[in-house]
Design a protein around this ligand. Structure first.
Ligand code: PRX
Length: 666
């Protein structure tokens, strides 16, 4: 059937053509930018490649003030358990706070915090140091010791940085859980990590409403034996239950604590934090980062990828602290560099759709780092909204979390960047700790949609799936070819899974990223997406298995298969194929129950956008669900090879089901 040529369709066809064409169009650094950039000479790449370990060691000593400087760079005697700067001693909180205060920068604003209801708090480095010392002592008073795990489940308020830095100060390992995860997810992460304490809030605000967080936490955490203490930050004044002997208020323990807590220099390889992320199975992976190498990566990349000048820049990373982007580029990188940052509590559309631009104008933000999904949302709302604000302070833009489609790139460049700001599209992962593939804004000619080339000292390759040899043209597996300081050290308490997941395919010195990519004739990398069962919804990483297990927990569900479907707004969206128990009829009510169940078990952001009822699922003879075929069905593509199916008739049924779904939508 011929497709109707509506104006919308014509426009989207044109956009697609333009996208293809743009692969050959480059955007060199604007002259004015290049002249004043920290790095403008491409020789930096060769300098780093000549001896990457020596280069990283020199960078580490440049951006950090070690208490004891390391004499050694990389210890690769037991791959893939690499160690960096092993005999060095350093304290992350002292790097982020004390050293700036010591040189007279205590009055510099660390965070311009903006609250949802218009509240303003400008927190200086001196204030942040004071709060961190008090809370570090409070944690000690509560029995938290070096090496203990402390959970942090907080919204975007300055106390989240205080809690992380207080842990770092005393050598406790923080385990932050994104505020959008449900209390049940928090429990799971606390249980896996055997957290001794949890820092949370009475209530969290979201778009004018308040969620009773402490109450929800209590419902899940009641019987967790390892958890001795819950510290409650009074953020909203929401009344909340407090358990005698276990729960304390943050303000009260801080007031009672000694104001001085000297930072203890830690071994470079002392664990700094665990951050759970999704993998191929339902059980999240506890990515473990250590102190010296992680700080080196986060601080060096923050300085040079974003050309950061701490005296004059106002930095805004619009991620949530609960993800790695927030760890590296809201807390550790910017604070270690002595930057002034913006921290925004809320959503991009509350109290109005211009709030980001209002904040950028008011704080005179100079660098903005955001996710493509946010940019696509702003495109939908219209260019007239940012046009109402003065965004002339911006000089550099960044993108992270998912591939940025050239259309969104161009809009960002034009509407937000006024065509004068370079864009750095930064590719990296929770595992890598810091940015790995990225343009350097004073050097690289960018191409919309490509993260361009590896950061100096990093080596990446696209390889053949079968034998691991480099692929000159076309798609292959993205690999990182040598260790780097901020790499994950292991999966917390799961060394074997660590080796198996990342280092079993092509050897212990080659890190398997889990993304497909290709390189173009200029050697630029184009990241295509995940090769495993990980879905990227609005830059939030989810495992299909995790969502499936939440769906099958519903009493009326027999089986479920989840896939990521491409989505114009969120990049990918969750699409679930669900088989109900015999005798149960599909209904709106069951659908709502399934979606609510996912929200309760994982978080609202994981709710399936689309549920397709399936009498049966396509399986191989050995019983494995063929997701490839489900993806074809969901995307409306011609079906791939069905000959390996146990029952090829299943596909015809599913196609009927999808057609019925479409009719219902109409
Ligand atoms: O698939 C890649 C995608 O996000 C994955 C990592 O997700 P996470 O660990 O949650 O970290 C996100 C923030 C660093 C990657 O495997 N991804 C991240 N950045 C990009 C990207 N895909 C394309 N382009 C990017 N710039």
């Amino acid at each position: 059937m011929a497709t109707e040529a509506t104006p919308d369709r014509l426009a989207s066809d044109l956009a697609r053509e333009l996208e293809v064409m743009l692969e050959i169009e480059k955007f060199p650094p604007p002259e004015g930018f290049r002249e004043s950039a920290l790095w403008s000479d491409p020789a930096i790449y060769e300098e780093a490649a000549a001896d990457p370990v020596a280069w990283w060691t020199a960078k580490s000593k440049e951006v950090l003030d070690w208490d004891v400087e390391p004499t050694e760079g990389l210890n690769d005697s037991n791959p893939p358990f690499y160690k960096w700067f092993e005999d060095g001693r350093i304290n992350a909180s002292a790097q982020c706070l004390d050293r700036h205060v010591a040189v007279g920068n205590g009055e510099r604003v660390a965070y311009h915090w903006r609250g949802e209801e218009g509240e303003r708090r400008d927190v200086t480095y001196a204030e942040l140091l004071d709060s961190t010392q008090r809370f570090a002592n409070a944690l000690k008073d509560l029995g938290v010791e070096k090496g203990d795990v402390v959970g942090i489940y907080l919204p975007m308020i300055p106390e989240v940085a205080v809690a992380m830095l207080a842990c770092a100060r005393i050598g406790a390992i923080h385990n932050v859980v994104f505020g959008g995860f449900s209390a049940e997810s928090v429990r799971e992460r606390m249980e896996f990590a055997e957290a001794k304490a949890l820092v949370t809030v009475d209530g969290a605000r979201r778009k004018g409403k308040t969620a009773p967080i402490k109450e929800q936490v209590d419902e899940e955490m009641g019987d967790l034996a390892s958890l001795k203490t819950i510290v409650v930050v009074r953020a909203t004044g929401t009344p909340c239950p407090m358990t005698e002997g276990r729960d304390v208020f943050y303000d009260e323990v801080c007031a009672a604590a000694d104001p001085e807590c000297p930072a203890e220099p830690m071994e470079a390889e002392h664990p700094l934090f665990i951050l759970y992320t999704s993998g191929s199975t339902a059980s999240p992976k506890g990515i473990l980062h250590t102190t010296g190498g992680y700080l080196t990566g986060a601080t060096t990349t923050h300085k040079y990828v974003f050309d950061l000048k701490p005296e004059s820049d106002v930095w805004w990373c619009a991620a949530d602290v609960g993800w790695i982007t927030g760890h590296s580029y809201i807390v550790y990188g910017p604070l270690a560099n002595g930057a002034t940052s913006v921290m925004w509590e809320g959503a991009p559309d509350y109290p109005h759709q211009g709030i980001w631009w209002e904040i950028a104008q008011e704080t005179k933000a100079t660098i903005l780092y955001a996710a493509p999904t946010a940019i696509r949302t702003f495109i939908k709302w219209g260019a007239d909204i940012p046009a109402r604000y003065d965004l002339s302070s911006l000089r550099l833009l960044g993108s992270v979390g998912e591939p940025i489609n050239p259309k969104a790139w161009l809009w960002y460049h034009k509407v937000i960047g006024g065509e004068r700001c370079p864009i750095v599209d930064t590719w990296w992962q929770t595992e890598t700790g810091s940015i790995m593939i990225t343009p350097l804004p004073g050097i690289t000619a960018t191409k919309p949609g490509s993260a361009t080339t590896p950061f100096p000292g990093v080596s990446a390759e696209v390889v053949d799936e079968k034998d691991g040899t480099p692929v000159a043209e076309g798609q292959g597996l993205l690999m990182l070819e040598r260790p780097w300081p901020s790499m994950l050290r292991t999966l917390y308490k799961e060394d074997e899974r660590f080796v198996e997941t990342y280092f079993s395919k092509f050897g212990k010195d080659r890190y398997l990223v889990g993304d497909a990519a290709r390189r173009d004739s200029d050697g630029y990398f184009w990241v295509i997406g995940r090769i495993d069962d990980v879905v990227n919804v609005s830059g939030h990483r989810l495992s299909t298995a995790e969502v499936e297990s939440a769906i099958v927990a519903h009493e009326k569900v027999a089986e479920a298969a989840v896939i990521g479907q491409s989505d114009p707004d969120t990049g990918q969206a969750i699409c679930a194929f669900v088989t109900l128990n015999g005798g149960v009829e599909p209904s709106e009510e069951v659908m709502a129950g399934i979606r609510d169940g996912v929200a309760a078990r994982i978080g609202k952001f994981a709710r399936p956008k689309r549920v397709i009822w399936a009498d049966d699922l396509p399986k191989t003879r050995s019983g494995k669900i063929m997701r490839r075929l489900l993806r074809d069905i969901a995307e409306g593509r011609a079906l791939g090879d069905v000959t390996t199916l146990r029952d090829p008739g299943v596909m015809a049924e599913l196609e009927k089901q999808v057609a019925a779904e479409r009719e219902n939508d109409d």
